[in-house]
Design a binder for this molecule. Structure first.
Ligand SMILES: *[C@@H]1O[C@H](CO)[C@@H](O)[C@H](O)[C@H]1NC(C)=O
Ligand SMILES: *[C@@H]1O[C@H](CO)[C@@H](O)[C@H](O)[C@H]1NC(C)=O
Ligand SMILES: *[C@@H]1O[C@H](CO)[C@@H](O)[C@H](O)[C@H]1NC(C)=O
Ligand SMILES: *[C@@H]1O[C@H](CO)[C@@H](O)[C@H](O)[C@H]1NC(C)=O
Ligand SMILES: *[C@@H]1O[C@H](CO)[C@@H](O)[C@H](O)[C@H]1NC(C)=O
Ligand SMILES: *[C@@H]1O[C@H](CO)[C@@H](O)[C@H](O)[C@H]1NC(C)=O
Ligand SMILES: *[C@@H]1O[C@H](CO)[C@@H](O)[C@H](O)[C@H]1NC(C)=O
Ligand SMILES: *[C@@H]1O[C@H](CO)[C@@H](O)[C@H](O)[C@H]1NC(C)=O
Length: 872
């Protein structure tokens, strides 16, 4: 046997038969100018009946011009019978047989058929329609040579190429037609084709399914290979439209010729195309256009370039999957789409029936004989046929045993077989039945034997019984809508495996129609996982897409989200701003609560230090106060107004305690208390010192005999100074509180990712008034004390006050720039530091020397010493 694989032979046939006709320029080939009578070899199936159904089905793959030396004229003949379409014919005949046998639809009437093979050729299809209408071998338009023939409607064809011209003719004559494969959107036009129906949907739906699948797998960067013909152009346009809608970009579109082009320009084109494919990063390649044996062979020249890429088949190729045999290596591991139909034509007797079909039982069935020759390599009884086979296929035939079976023929009894044609016949017969019932009901008296189906039958294509007693209705534009199956196709040891990996439902919300998986397939990729076909890598969460300088929208750069923004999805177009109180995590994928910044007791060492220091000083103050109380009658304590010293100690104690108002999470009330407490305690302290200085001054003046200052000496004056100065501060504070009190403030902007919880002064004027007034008091005390420092004074009080005020003022003056230039916690630290140092300074300068004398130099703490001092 020369070839075990019939398809190798077929490719040869294609090369042999197609190329010379396309490539040979007509002017040079004298055969093209011969005025010859063309004769078609017809494959005709006819069974007369009361009601006739016409059929145009392409059972042979192509038509060739064929001439023997002895022939006077060229003969056009069909070659390469397609077993799966022959199966459709068998279904057709079987269903008619069943209906005639059961007699349930048409009692006392028989159904007949008249079927021609169109060989996939438009002109042959047109000729066949006219032949059926006129009933003769030679077509006679609008004339029926068979007087009584009553044709109800037509079934056919599988491809748009042949179906469109038939539909044009039939709409002229008013015959209804059902196609089981034409997907051209043109045929949805109900004005031009009112009598046309189909059991499939238009290419629109196919491309919708395709685009959704691409989107599902994330294949946004694809290549397109289209067959350079009319269908290819149309489909490419439609495909582009759907790709754009779904945001899928084509890296390249190349055309392959619909025949084997061996001219130099054709070869150049091929080299260019190969380079384009090789350079492209697209791992997914779409095919569109009619895929014939010839274009499939053209495609096979790109085996090296395509073998590692996944192909997505056009609808025509998905349905005519036998075409894949022409380029098995390329199509091994490709995705196809097929419309699913829940219509079955089988019973327990189906297989025996199919097995019983044998050329010896059906001598008139030319297709059956061809199948035996082409698939079983059996010699026919007809000698000329054998000779003819040898010339065309260049293959040897053998004597067969008679045990060959039709069901063994590849593609005839396929698991994926859908009885599309039988389904069309089912619809047609029920429509005929519906129409008869309708007419009989309208006028029961005129019960007819013969009905005129022309221009009428198309009204009755509704309520056809279908699966689960559910009535079937065509869509308005004559389409029958069912779901799509997505399959993955592989060839293992020359057997086609179709793994169904998903469905696209026809009903439901459009985003819930696609269901993919589960599946177990070995994809064409390095790791056998689902291949990636993208121009740019996905942008991870935390990044967003940014257009780059390539023109295609599918190519982009990924840029990290800007500050304060997140993206939690892969391939985000935009980043989302986090809510005010939240902030992006480090990888900018989620918003997390911002860190709160304030001087907390628990987390900050500095607040522990500050609180320990203030407690320590507080205790020291308490100690000093104790000492002063114990020695309250000693001269040094009594000197210079004892009660002022107590007041000063108490206010210093309070100011140490006020440090605790600055620690911890600020709230409105602590914010108010902070400034007020510190302002008031310090002004009491400073005004006490002021009073003391004044007293030193007055005491000095009063020592002069007869001085009018004498009457000022006493507690009264000093108390009223303190009262007066402090009450001004109290008034300032109260006004501040009343007009614009301090409040808690959340500062989101100073440091990214943080919330500074701080006190807002409410009114800067209020704040600076308090500080300023305190400063004024301190300055006045300082000046007075400075002037009084040389005055003779018991225990040098004025000097100490000068020191303390110097310290106090310098602390607060340095504090102001530090206060203004820090933020958050640090500001608070500056404040606390200022409070602690200035209070400690007061304590140290005013009270330490006195304590030292009281405790360690009691010898100095005497009235005598006091007077000695004064007099010196
Ligand atoms: C069928 O034909 C027979 C005999 O011609 C007749 O008796 C019968 O009524 C017919 N049936 C129907 C349903 O017309
Ligand atoms: C077909 O012929 C019939 C008469 O036989 C005529 O009435 C009809 O108009 C013709 N139709 C067309 C389309 O020529
Ligand atoms: C198809 O691919 C499968 C693996 O996926 C391999 O086993 C098989 O041999 C291939 N068939 C052909 C015809 O290359
Ligand atoms: C087939 O059988 C016929 C007669 O039965 C014989 O003449 C012929 O040579 C055989 N052909 C082959 C190829 O075996
Ligand atoms: C697959 O692997 C080969 C070599 O190991 C490498 O050259 C090629 O780029 C890989 N293909 C993909 C799609 O990663
Ligand atoms: C994009 O622009 C940059 C510089 O502007 C250049 O280096 C790079 O090659 C360009 N990329 C493409 C794909 O044109
Ligand atoms: C992403 O963030 C948005 C808004 O914050 C939220 O509604 C959505 O659930 C998040 N998605 C995921 C996958 O986390
Ligand atoms: C980003 O960080 C968050 C926590 O900060 C984590 O839960 C998440 O898994 C991280 N995401 C990625 C993609 O690393």
């Amino acid at each position: 046997m020369a070839a075990n694989n019939p398809f190798k032979v077929l490719i040869y046939v294609v090369v042999l038969c197609v190329v010379p006709c396309r490539c040979g320029a007509p002017a040079e080939n004298p055969a093209c100018h011969l005025n010859i009578i063309e004769t078609y070899e017809d494959y005709e199936y006819i069974q007369e009946g009361d009601i006739m159904i016409g059929g145009i089905l392409s059972m042979n793959a192509l038509m060739i011009d064929y001439m023997k030396e002895s022939d006077a004229y060229k003969k056009r003949m069909c070659v390469v019978v397609l077993p799966q379409y022959y199966r459709q014919l068998v279904d057709f005949q079987l269903l008619i047989k069943i209906i005639n046998y059961e007699q349930s639809l048409f009692p006392n009437r028989t159904l007949g058929y008249h079927i021609y093979d169109s060989c996939g050729q438009a002109e042959k299809a047109v000729r066949s329609v006219l032949q059926i209408l006129s009933g003769t071998r030679e077509p006679v338009p609008n004339y029926s040579c068979v007087a009584n023939r009553n044709i109800a409607g037509f079934i056919g064809d599988f491809s748009s190429v042949t179906t469109v011209p038939i539909a044009q003719i039939l709409s002229l004559f008013g015959y209804s037609q059902i196609s089981s494969g034409a997907t051209d959107p043109l045929l949805s036009d109900r004005v031009t084709y009112p009598y046309f129906f189909r059991t499939v949907q238009t290419d629109h739906y196919h491309y919708l399914a395709l685009s959704k699948t691409l989107k599902y797998f994330g294949w946004t960067w694809i290549g397109i290979i289209r067959v350079d013909d009319y269908e290819g152009g149309n489909e490419h346009q439609l495909l582009t439209k759907y790709l754009i809608i779904h945001g899928i970009c084509a890296d390249f579109t190349i055309k392959i010729s619909s025949f084997l082009d061996t001219t130099p320009s054709g070869l150049n084109e091929e080299t260019r195309n190969k380079q384009i494919i090789q350079k492209s990063s697209a791992r997914i390649i779409l095919l569109c256009g009619t895929v014939s044996a010839a274009s499939a062979s053209s495609l096979s020249k790109y085996t090296k370039e395509l073998i590692e890429r996944t192909l997505i088949l056009s609808y025509a190729l998905s349905v005519n999957y036998h075409m894949m045999d022409y380029a098995m290596e390329i199509f091994n591991g490709s995705l196809g789409f097929m419309q699913y139909l829940a219509f079955y034509l089988h019973g327990p007797s189906l297989k025996p029936y199919l097995d019983s079909l044998h050329p010896s039982n059906n001598p008139k069935d030319k297709l059956l004989q061809d199948i035996w020759m082409q698939n079983h390599y059996c010699l026919s009884k007809d000698k000329s046929k054998n000779e003819h086979y040898k010339r065309v296929y260049r293959d040897e035939l053998r004597n067969c045993t008679g045990k060959e079976r039709l069901t063994n023929v590849r593609y005839f009894d396929d698991a994926l077989h859908i009885p599309q044609v039988a389904f069309a016949v089912h619809i047609m017969t029920h429509a005929i039945h519906n129409m008869q019932m309708y007419i009989d009901q309208e006028s029961p008296i005129k019960r007819k034997n013969k009905y005129n189906y022309k221009f009428q039958l198309h009204h009755h294509f509704k309520n056809i019984p279908f699966e689960d007693n559910e009535a079937l209705n065509f869509y308005e534009n004559g389409e029958f809508v069912t779901h799509y199956r997505i399959y993955y196709c592989t060839f293992v040891s020359h057997k086609t495996h179709m793994e169904i990996i998903g469905v696209l439902l026809s009903k439901g919300p459009s985003d819930q129609q696609l269901h993919i998986g589960p599946f177990e397939v070995t994809w064409k990729s390095n790791d056998s996982q689902i291949p990636k076909s993208q121009c740019s890598d996905n942008c991870l969460p935390g990044f967003r897409k940014a257009p780059n300088n390539r023109t295609q929208s599918c190519c982009y750069d990924c840029v990290p989200c800007s500050e304060g923004e997140i993206s939690n999805l892969t391939d985000s177009e935009k980043c989302i701003r986090c809510p005010d109180m939240e902030w992006p995590s480090k990888n900018r994928t989620i918003c997390i609560a911002r860190t709160e910044i304030f001087l907390s007791y628990t987390n900050d060492v500095i607040s522990v230090i500050f609180s320990s220091i203030s407690v320590l000083f507080f205790l020291i103050t308490v100690l000093i106060l104790g000492v002063f109380i114990i020695y309250r009658d000693s001269p040094i304590v009594r000197a210079n107004n004892r009660s002022l010293s107590f007041l000063l100690l108490v206010s210093i104690k309070l100011s140490f305690l006020s440090v605790f108002l600055f620690l911890g999470r600020p709230v409105d009330i602590t914010c108010m208390l902070r400034n007020i407490t510190f302002g008031i305690t310090f002004s009491i302290a400073v005004s006490s010192l002021l009073a003391k200085t004044i007293m030193v001054y007055i005491a000095f003046k009063a020592t002069k005999p007869g001085s009018s200052w004498r009457k000022w000496v006493g507690v009264k004056l000093s108390n009223s100074v303190v009262l007066f100065c402090s009450s001004i501060q109290i008034i300032i504070c109260m006004t501040w509180l009343a007009i614009s009190p301090p409040f808690q403030e959340l500062d989101l902007h100073t440091y990214p990712g943080t919330i500074i919880i701080q006190c807002n002064e409410g009114s800067a004027f209020g704040f600076y008034s308090v500080i300023g007034y305190m400063g004024l008091l301190a300055a006045v005390s300082f000046v007075l004390a400075f002037l009084a420092r040389t005055l003779p004074d018991s225990f040098n009080e004025a000097k100490y006050i000068t020191f303390s005020m110097l310290l106090f003022c310098s602390v607060w003056i340095t504090m102001i720039p530090a206060y203004l230039s820090t933020k958050g916690k640090n500001t608070v630290c500056v404040e606390i530091f200022a409070i602690l140092t200035s209070s400690a300074g007061l304590l140290a300068c005013i009270f330490l020397p006195k304590c030292y004398i009281t405790l360690f130099r009691p010898d100095l703490n005497t009235k005598l010493h006091l007077f000695r001092n004064k007099s010196s």
